[in-house]
Design a protein around this ligand. Structure first.
Ligand code: FAD
Length: 451
């Protein structure tokens, strides 16, 4: 085992969205940069993200004649959080979001011209880059390296170096056990959420019954490091809830699941009854499901949906018992353990609504009402899905980590999912990448000006 010592300007702990965007900005500003990534490749959640970016007053919106403003987006974020978000952080976010899309394009990311509506709003303001999150990470990693960043893979941060109340560096461990001591003017915590830390999840995630995305890297390291440096930790009970998943699936692919979920077929609870418009905003879907008995639902589809899609894993799941199959609604109820009378009545009502083009119970729009007419029918048990958690140290608008008395922990910054103050619930698709990218860059800028 060896101890290697390094000197740099800035150390980003975590090579996901915040760490890599921050490293590119640091490189642009001429800072010497090290990125520590504990896995064998960069990306974290951003690698599996869909590449959506929320922003107001973009040229894409203007080209399409979409009326929007930064003030309206600010208001949207604040309203959605019931004014729990920190206004100064949200202000920076909305002020920089459109410019950030241009900055990403300057780095080589190609944006799709489409602008979509996501979340409970009528304003199209969600943009998407070509190649989704994987392309964003590829472009940022290559750019960061081209600008001189040293990206150390399989190297996890273990502790902060603190001298005279100032964070002066990081102690890290490489695969194989070699130790690194990296000193710099600023250290930026960019370790993502804590969705894989069982103790933290059971203590903090508000949806007690859920399926968590299998993000093996999300252990909450940044929160621990911030706490050890004397930071004020904010709310940790925020998560990104996303529709639903099948518990204990033996492998129904994400793709199959997305097709099923976004087909907006009916969902019933354990009483065999529908309880919502199934096409609602995905966060509301997850919470509506959570509020049902045992937080459990069953999505019901028919052979028409199955035949119309390239499912590769359906038979396997039927064999494993994850998907129940029957030729009648009554038999399907018996197989899924649902009260047959309730369930049959609910499905018959649903089919009547679909034929009439009007959901008389929950107001689902006609284009989301496909009748279930083609046997066999299928029932798939679902629980709320959580993509990851959000929360960690409180920060200021320069991404500086704050102490309980509101003063910064000198030398320590944080960006992305391991910070608090920017979310309460998930207001829109495209929020997580913007927040992490912008605050990673803000940290680099502050270190340049003050380091
Ligand atoms: C399936 C899915 C789809 C999504 N789609 C979108 C989308 O389209 N648009 C959007 O805005 N948001 C999306 N999100 C959310 C978005 O991906 C996250 O908000 C964003 O990636 C958070 O960035 P981050 O830098 O905080 O964390 P991450 O991107 O998760 O990066 C954290 C990195 O830190 C590393 N790390 C952790 N601990 C250490 C340590 N001790 N030492 C060194 N490295 C460490 C991890 O390995 C990881 O690489 C999606 C999330 C998921 C799960």
């Amino acid at each position: 085992m060896t101890l290697r010592k390094m000197e740099t300007d800035v150390v980003f702990i975590g090579g996901g969205s915040a760490g890599l965007s921050g490293a590119v900005r640091a490189g642009e500003l001429g800072l010497k940069t090290v990125v520590l990534e504990k896995l064998g490749s960069c990306g974290g959640d951003a690698m599996i993200a869909a590449g959506f970016w929320i922003a107001a007053e973009t040229r894409f919106q203007k080209e399409k004649g979409i009326e929007d403003s930064k003030d309206a987006l600010y208001r949207y974020f604040m309203d959605y959080s019931s004014y729990k978000c920190q206004p100064d952080l949200i202000r920076v976010l909305v002020d920089r979001a459109a410019a950030n899309i241009e900055w990403l394009e300057k780095q080589g990311l190609v944006m799709n011209k489409d602008v979509q509506i996501h979340g409970p709003t009528t304003v199209p303001r969600v943009h998407q880059n070509d190649g989704m999150g994987a392309q964003y990470i590829k472009v940022m990693k290559e750019r960061a390296e081209a600008l001189g960043a040293e990206i150390l893979l399989k190297t996890g941060a273990k502790a902060l170096l603190i001298e005279n109340n100032r964070v002066v560096g990081v102690l890290a461990e490489a695969d194989g056990g070699d130790q690194l001591e990296i000193r710099g003017k600023g250290v930026v915590l960019c370790t993502g959420g804590f969705g894989r830390n069982k103790d933290m999840v059971s203590e903090h995630v508000p949806l007690k019954k859920h399926v968590m995305v299998r993000a093996g890297w999300a252990n909450g390291d940044g929160i621990r490091l911030a706490r050890e440096a004397g930071a004020q930790i904010g709310d940790l009970n925020v998560c990104i809830a996303y529709k639903a998943e099948t518990p204990g699936t033996t492998g129904l692919s994400m793709r199959s699941f997305f097709i099923i979920l976004f087909s907006n077929y009916p969902v019933v609870n354990k009483f065999g009854e529908r309880f919502m418009d199934e096409s609602i905003w995905y966060v509301y879907f997850a919470h509506a499901l959570y509020n049902q008995p045992d937080s459990t639902g069953y999505i019901i589809i028919d052979e028409a949906l199955r035949k119309g899609n390239p499912f590769t894993d359906f038979e396997k799941e039927i064999g494993a018992g994850t998907i129940k199959k029957a030729d009648t609604f009554k038999d399907l109820a018996l197989k899924a353990g649902l009260p047959p009378d309730n369930f049959v009545a609910a499905m018959e009502r649903y089919n009547r609504y679909a034929q009439a083009g009007k959901d008389q119970e929950f107001g689902k729009s006609a284009d989301n009402l496909a009748p279930l007419q083609t046997a066999p029918f299928y029932a798939i048990e679902i629980w709320p899905l959580v993509l990851n958690t959000v929360g960690g140290p409180l920060i200021d608008a320069n991404a500086r980590v704050l102490r309980p008395d509101g003063t910064p922990v000198a030398g320590l910054y944080a960006a992305g999912n391991n910070t608090s103050g920017l979310y309460d619930g998930y207001p829109s698709t495209g929020t997580g990448l913007q927040i992490s990218s912008i605050f990673g860059q803000l940290a680099a800028e502050h270190i340049k000006e003050n380091g």
